[in-house]
Design a protein around this ligand. Structure first.
Ligand SMILES: [Mg+2]
Length: 390
C-alpha cells in the first residue's frame, strides 16, 4: 500500500471567543489517502494554521523536509519507521512544540489506516488491552464573572457530572493569570474556597481533580495556597506552576500531599522524562496529538509505568482525539482515567458534530472500542461548514 495524498482541514467555530481558555473552538484535521482507498484521519490540539504549514511546506533541504513530502509514496503500515523519518527530517525546525504536534496528527491517521487495513482496532496494534474498559472524567469549565457566580456554576456542573454517571470530574479553577477563562480576575489565594463549595456540593464519595492552569510563578507562594487544598481529598492538582519551572514542580512534589499532574503541553517522550525524573510529577498527562501521536504517547505510557507513575491523558478536542486517547489508555495498565467531555454537555459544534458514531460512556466507563482503526469517521457536512476561510 502507498500513501497518495495528505489533506489538511483547518476548522473553526463561527462564534469564536478569543477571551476564552477553550481549545474546542478550532481544530486541524488531517486525512491520509492511500492507493487502496483506505483513508486515515487524525487531529492535533495546537495552532491549526501553523500545523498545516508544517505539513504542507515544501521540502527546503535534507534537515528541513515538509511532512507531506516525507509521507507521499511511503507504505503507511510502517508507522513507527515513518514517525522516525518525520522526526529526523524536520529536526532543523521541529523537534519539539508545533513540529511534533503536526507529526502527532499524521501519526494518528497512520495508525487509523493500519487498523482499517488489518481489520482491528488500534489498541490491538499497540500491544493489546491491559484494561477491560477505561474510566472517563468530566472536565468542567463554566463561565462566571466573579468568584461567587463561578463557584456556584462550577458546583452545579460537578453535581450534574455526578448525576450523569461520571466517576470523577475535574474543576477548572483558574481565577487569574494569563489563562483565566472569559475574563475572570480574582485572587489566586481563593482557589481553596471554590474547591470547598464544589466538594460540599458533590459530597465525599466522588473523585475530584483541580486544574489551575499555570497560575503561579513562585513555588513558595504556590505551596502556601495548595497546602489548603489537602483537606479536600483531591485526586490530583494540575499544572500549578509555569511549565518550565521543573525544579519548582519537584519542590511542590516534595512538600505537598496531593499528586502533581503535568504534561498536556509537553511534546515527545524526552520532555516527559524530564518532568518525571527531575520534576518528580505523579501523574503524566500526554495529549495524544500534541505529544507526537499514538506512537509517542505509547512510549510515554511505558516510561511512566517503569517509574510507577500514573497516566491520565489530556483531551479537549473532538471525537477523533477522544478515540485516540481511549485506544492508548486501554493498553496502559497505569492509566487511571481519560479526560472526556460528553458531546451533550459541550457547546462546541466541533466536539458534538465532527465525527458520526463515536465512543461513549456506558455505566461509568468507556468500553473497549470494537471498530477497525480509531473507529470514528468524519462528518463531511461539518468539515465543510466549519472550514476556516483562511
Ligand atoms: Mg489543563
Amino acid at each position: 500500500m502507498e500513501i497518495t495524498d495528505v489533506i489538511c482541514h483547518v476548522l473553526l467555530l463561527p462564534d469564536l471567543h478569543a477571551e476564552d481558555t477553550d481549545g474546542s473552538q478550532d481544530d486541524i484535521v488531517v486525512e491520509i489517502h492511500t492507493d487502496e482507498g483506505i483513508i486515515g484521519i487524525g487531529e492535533s490540539d495546537t495552532n491549526p494554521w501553523g500545523a498545516r504549514a508544517i505539513i504542507e511546506s515544501p521540502t527546503i533541504h535534507t534537515m528541513a523536509l515538509g511532512l507531506k513530502d516525507v509521507l507521499i509514496g511511503q507504505d503507511p503500515l510502517q508507522v513507527e519507521a515513518l514517525w522516525d523519518r518525520m522526526y529526523v527530517g524536520s529536526m532543523h525546525y521541529g523537534r519539539r512544540g508545533l513540529g511534533i504536534n503536526a507529526i502527532g496528527a499524521l501519526d494518528m491517521a497512520l495508525w487509523d489506516i493500519k487498523g482499517k487495513a488489518l481489520g482491528v482496532p488500534c489498541w490491538q496494534l499497540l500491544g493489546g488491552a491491559q484494561q477491560p474498559a477505561i474510566k472517563p472524567y468530566a472536565s468542567l469549565q463554566p463561565r462566571g464573572k466573579d468568584l461567587d457566580s463561578y463557584s456556584k456554576s462550577l458546583a452545579e456542573w460537578a453535581v450534574r457530572a455526578k448525576e450523569y454517571g461520571f466517576p470523577a470530574a475535574k474543576l477548572e479553577v483558574t481565577l487569574s493569570g494569563p489563562y483565566a477563562h472569559h475574563g475572570l480576575d480574582e485572587p489566586a489565594e481563593l482557589v481553596p474556597e471554590v474547591v470547598r463549595v464544589c466538594r460540599e456540593a458533590v459530597g465525599p464519595d466522588f473523585v475530584l481533580m483541580v486544574d489551575v492552569q499555570y497560575t503561579w510563578s513562585d513555588a513558595g507562594e504556590c505551596l502556601q495556597t495548595l497546602k489548603r487544598l489537602e483537606e479536600f481529598d483531591l485526586f490530583f492538582i494540575e499544572t500549578p506552576l509555569q511549565m518550565d519551572d521543573i525544579d519548582g514542580i519537584a519542590f511542590l512534589h516534595d512538600n505537598l500531599n496531593i499528586r502533581i499532574a503535568y504534561g498536556e503541553w509537553q511534546t515527545t517522550r524526552f520532555e516527559f522524562i524530564e518532568l518525571m525524573d527531575r520534576g518528580k510529577i505523579d501523574v503524566a498527562q500526554p495529549d495524544v496529538g500534541r505529544v507526537g501521536g499514538l506512537t509517542e504517547a505509547k512510549r510515554v505510557c511505558d516510561l511512566a509505568a517503569d517509574r510507577d507513575r500514573l497516566i491520565v491523558p489530556h483531551c479537549w478536542k473532538s471525537g477523533i482525539g477522544i478515540a485516540a486517547s481511549v485506544h492508548m489508555a486501554v493498553t496502559a495498565p497505569n492509566c487511571a482515567y481519560v479526560e472526556y467531555l460528553p458531546a451533550e454537555l459541550c457547546h462546541s459544534a466541533l466536539r458534538r458534530e465532527l465525527v458520526g458514531e463515536e465512543l461513549c460512556m456506558e455505566n461509568g466507563v468507556i468500553p473497549l472500542p470494537t471498530q477497525p482503526g480509531l473507529g470514528v469517521e468524519l462528518n463531511r457536512d461539518t468539515v465543510e461548514r466549519l472550514r476556516s476561510p483562511v
